[in-house]
Write a protein that binds this ligand. Structure first.
Ligand SMILES: [Zn+2]
Ligand SMILES: [Zn+2]
Length: 289
């Protein structure tokens, strides 16, 4: 037998290194961490193949969209290569099923949708149009059709992320989002699912679909715009690293990384998982994510 030198491990991203450290620090989160590592690794590989799109935006149209609180990315702007998307869709569903985030029967139904070339394309474009609110007259609060298998929204959000993240990357380099003061994403219209408090006490929200970020008033609810401070409940972890803002009007909450008290920058893929115990605490108080 010939001794071969061991193959050098593939370079790990900061996110994956930090997630592995988290698994040591918080072993009770192991399953959620392993699922996140699988998703982050898969999305990173896909995103590396997706070209940075050149999105042509007419300045007047852009001004009108922003004034109306509508996002900027139309479905046709997304650099979707269908065979690559189909693979990403299937792999996402497989990861969620492996970690029991979706049921086996729903997993099968979702895979069947992915295999049917005639079904998937209109499903994805219709879902994006309905949930982004990019076209006038659509309601972004609407989610996948009610007859859709549970978990389909989650699979679509995660599978579209590498493609939409490239749109966010391309646009945020070129345009100023400083005037955007809505609770939903200026790029794709989805809701925030995490936030960071900057050292200057500004709050920035992260989109739960394309991971774009934008500034938003620290004590206003991004889900219902309630800005009565007496009706915003805020509490922090004991080490002060993370904070929850919960709304006593719509009962929803948003977690944040408190950059005023920490040395490293926010890492959304890691911090959303590290704060799973905070979700439990918020839900125990009757709030919903
Ligand atoms: Zn977005
Ligand atoms: Zn609210």
């Amino acid at each position: 037998m010939v001794d071969r030198p061991p193959r050098p491990p593939r370079a790990e991203t900061r996110d994956i290194v930090a997630l592995k450290q988290l698994r040591v620090d918080q072993p009770e989160l192991e399953s959620a961490i392993d699922m996140q590592i699988a998703l982050v690794d898969m999305q990173r590989r896909v995103q590396g193949r997706v070209p940075l799109p050149w999105i042509q935006l007419d300045p007047e149209w852009m001004r009108l969209q922003q004034a109306a609180g509508r996002p900027l990315v139309r479905f046709r702007d997304i650099p979707l290569e269908w065979s690559d998307f189909r693979l990403t869709f299937r792999q996402t569903a497989d990861i969620l099923q492996r970690f029991e985030a979706i049921e086996r029967t729903d997993h099968e139904k979702i895979l069947a949708l992915g295999r049917d070339g005639n079904a998937l394309e209109p499903l994805v474009s219709g879902w994006y149009e309905a949930t982004s609110g990019v076209e006038a007259g659509t309601d972004p609060k609407k989610r996948a059709a009610s007859e859709a298998p549970p978990g389909l929204d989650q699979v679509l959000v995660l599978a579209l992320r590498p493609f939409l993240a490239r749109c966010a990357e391309a646009l945020t380099q070129r345009i100023d989002l400083g005037n955007w003061n809505h609770g939903h994403c200026p790029i794709c219209g989805w809701e925030p699912d995490f936030a960071v408090i900057t050292p200057s006490a500004e709050r920035r929200l992260f989109c739960g679909r394309c991971v774009a970020q934008w500034s938003f008033a620290a004590l206003t609810c991004p889900f219902c715009s309630n800005d009565d401070r007496a009706l915003i409940t805020s509490f922090a972890t004991r080490d002060g690293r993370y904070r929850v803002y919960a709304c006593d009007v719509c009962r929803r909450y948003l977690k944040a990384y408190d950059g005023r008290r920490t040395e490293r920058a926010v890492m959304v893929a890691v911090d959303t998982i590290a704060t799973l115990p905070l979700d439990a605490a918020a839900m125990q108080r009757g709030y919903v994510g």
